[in-house]
Design a protein around this ligand. Sequence first.
Ligand code: AOF
Ligand code: ZN
Length: 369
Amino acid sequence: PDGSEAGPAFSDGERAAMRRAVTLARRGLGTVAPNPVVGAVILDPNGRTAGEGWHRKAGGPHAEVHALRAAGSRAEGGTALVTLEPCSRQGRTGPCTRALLRAGIRRVIYAVSDPTLSGEGASALCRSGAEVRSGLLAEQAAEANHAWLTAVVTRRPHVTLKLATTLDGRIAARDGSSRWITGPPARRDTHRLRARVDAIAVGSSTVLADDPALTARTAAGRPCARQPVRVVFDRRLRTPACSRLASDGAAPTWILTTRPAADHALGSAEPVTIGPGSRYLTEALHTLYDRGIRSLLVEGGATLAGALLGEGLVDRVIWYSAPRLLGQDGAPAVRGLEVPSCAGTPGFRVLGVRRVGEDVRTVLEPDPV
Ligand code: AOF
Ligand code: ZN
C-alpha cells in the first residue's frame, strides 16, 4: 500500500497538514528515546484541522492518540496525517491503527514506513476498509526521524561525529590549549545539538585532557531540563573519580569499559562492562542501543573519531571550521586513520553548508564503505 498506487493525489490541505505534523514531530527530539518522533494532524471531513498532537515521551500516548483526543467527535469521517506509519501492535500503549479506526477515521496518510512493523500498520488499516496513502513529505519526515530510522535497522545508536577545527584541521595548539577554536554562535549551536540527542560521548583521553562537563545548556547558559546521558569510551577504565563527569552528578554518566569495575571508585558515574574482544566499539554501541540510546553525539577526541570513522561507525559528521590556522604542531582532529593514497581516501557527501557566526558548519555523510 504505497503512495505510488493509483488514486487521487494529496490535496494542498493535506500537504499543509503533513508539514505541520512534521513540525510537531520535531518537538519530541531528545525526549522520546527509545521511541521515534511522531507528529499527527486530524482533518475533519471538510478538510479543516480538528486536532493535532505529537509523541512526547516513551510510554506516553502516541501522536495519533493526542491528536484524536483533541479532535473528539470531529474526527469521524475525517483524515489522519501521521509522519510515521501508525503502529499496529500493543506495546506500552495500545495500537494506533485501532484508535484511528475506532474514532471513525476514513483516510490515513503517513509519510514514512516504520521499519519495525514490516507493513503491518498499513495492512491493518487497509483490511478494516480505511483508505491508506503514504509518501507525502517522506523526505522531511524521514529527516526528522533520521537517527531513529537508522538506529532500529543497525541496532546501534545513530552516530553523529562533531568536529570543531581550524582551516588546517587542528583542534589544539602546541601548548595543548584548545579553547575558543570556534566562536560563540558555533558553541551555542553545539548546545542545541546536545539537547536533541539521547547521549553525548567522548573518549577517555578527552576526559583526561579537558575534563569536560558535557551538559546541554540553553542560550542563556542555564542547564536544559533534560540532560542527555554522558558516555565515556574508556576501555582501560582511566576516567578519574575526581573528573567532572564522574563527580558532578549533572547527568547520568556511563563509563563503557572492558575492565572489571566493581572495586573502582567512579563517583556518581556508572561503569558499564563491555565484553572483552576486538570489537569493543561495535559492542559498546550495541550496549548503548540495548540501554535505549538511539542517537549519540561524539564530541572527541581525535583517537575515538579516527577509530569510529575507520570502522565505518559514523553516520554523520557535523564539522565547524574556524577561519584560523594552528600550524603543523597543532593537534589533528582525527588520528589513527591509515590512508595510503588518495585513491582509497574516505569520502563524504555534503548534505548542507551554513555559516554560523564567523565559522562554517558543514554536515556530511560518509560514503558507504
Ligand atoms: C505511532 N505513533 O507516536 C509512536 C509510534 O510501546 P510504545 O507505546 O512505547 O510504542 C513504541 C513503538 O511504537 C515504537 O517502537 C514505534 O514502532 C511505534 N511508535 N508509533 O504510531 C507514535 N511513537
Ligand atoms: Zn502508535
